[in-house]
Design a protein around this ligand. Sequence first.
Ligand SMILES: *Cc1c(COP(=O)(O)O)cnc(C)c1O
Ligand SMILES: [Zn+2]
Length: 449
Amino acid sequence: MDDRGGKPFKKCINPSCNLTYEINNNTLVCKCGSFLDIIYQKNYSRELVEVFYQRRNHGGNIYNESGVWRFRELINFAHLDTEDFDQCSRILVSLDGSEGRQSKPYKMKKVSEYSLMNNDSLLLQPEGYNPSGSFKDNGMSTAVTHAKMINMQRIICASTGNTSASAAMYAANENIECDVFVPKGEIAPGKLAQAFQFGAQVIEIDGNFDDALTYSLNQAQHLGAYTVNSINPFRIEGQKTIVYRALEYLDWNPPDWIVYPGGALGNTSSCGKALMELYELGWIKKIPRLLVVNSEGANTFYELTNGLFGSKKLAWNNGRPDMSLIREYYIEKDKNGIRPHTKATAIQIGKPANLIKALRSIAFTNGIVAQVSDKEMSDAMALVGLNGFDCEMASGAVPAGIRKLRKEEIIKKDDIVVGILTGKQKDPQVSINYHLDQSNTFSKPPVAK
Ligand SMILES: *Cc1c(COP(=O)(O)O)cnc(C)c1O
Ligand SMILES: [Zn+2]
């Protein structure tokens, strides 16, 4: 294989294609239509974890303060080999070191009880405590870094809200243009407000997220703009640090499970890639199982991987998944006018862009895909609040999914489980309505005096 002089490169994930591309261009998807991975050619020793840890004592260096760039050797697509602050700052994009800085696992007693876990075994990582209020900042800092490396003046995305908030924030801070395509009336007001506040051009689509993504990808071609949706492999690189921070907390001893909500499946993809790489480097010997939780109203991944459509389960199959099964599934849904529908708008996605990479993650980790109802998500969201942490409904899929698998005894009570709470509440009315309705399990309605 082309070793590209030891430098990182992009490589098609489809084993019957295997095309490679240099890092420094705007090719984000392979000519064959498959997605790309960033491939590194360095064998870092596990002793690097000491360096990562020491950087937490950052001495004012924002690249050590950042919970993304603190792990820069493991996401070194910029091929930087320096600790010099000025050289780093010419390349690496950071919002003053704040991305990933505050997110690490916490114990939340009430959520543990609800999820039927021991308090010491369940760890929840609130990625809402990022500068724009969601995990998206992890991957946006790296994607915008790449955009800057290749001198792009405009970034573009489709979004259920948090991607646009994060993209707009980094674009404003880097003084580049940002266009965001959002499904009209289907995104949380707090997320839309951020896109405006950070000066993005908002384009409202009369359709859902899947439609917005199609528009956005066409516009990117047309305008020569840089796409920052999670089809972008540089986004996936930054999101790997979510896993690194969880592992660091556990002294790099892998948990039994890592749990995410499933939307476009960028997180699922990045978690799998992070674990595959650490396993290959020999840093971890055990592979945690991945649990991905769909909403019942947007459950493409759940239905396809559990064999609920057609005659067999969709699987990675060594890089040769049954593409016709996916096509038939989408045709069937379109024909019957079935659109994704859930109050958890962040995961209201019918055609998850990262489906294929996500299948690879499930295969590598012996993972499971589950689904939960809107009611289960909102109860779990409320309980996270009762522990003094804030999250949105989509993140509630995580404790709800864990509870479900505990009931089925697939997850054991003392398994070590890390759940990722993906974002903060940005639709205050959702929380208010939950508590106004006294029929909700954990509501505390106001009293009038
Ligand atoms: C984007 C988003 C998700 C979905 O993540 P994917 O990586 O697209 O699966 C879930 N929760 C929140 C809060 C999000 O912003
Ligand atoms: Zn290819």
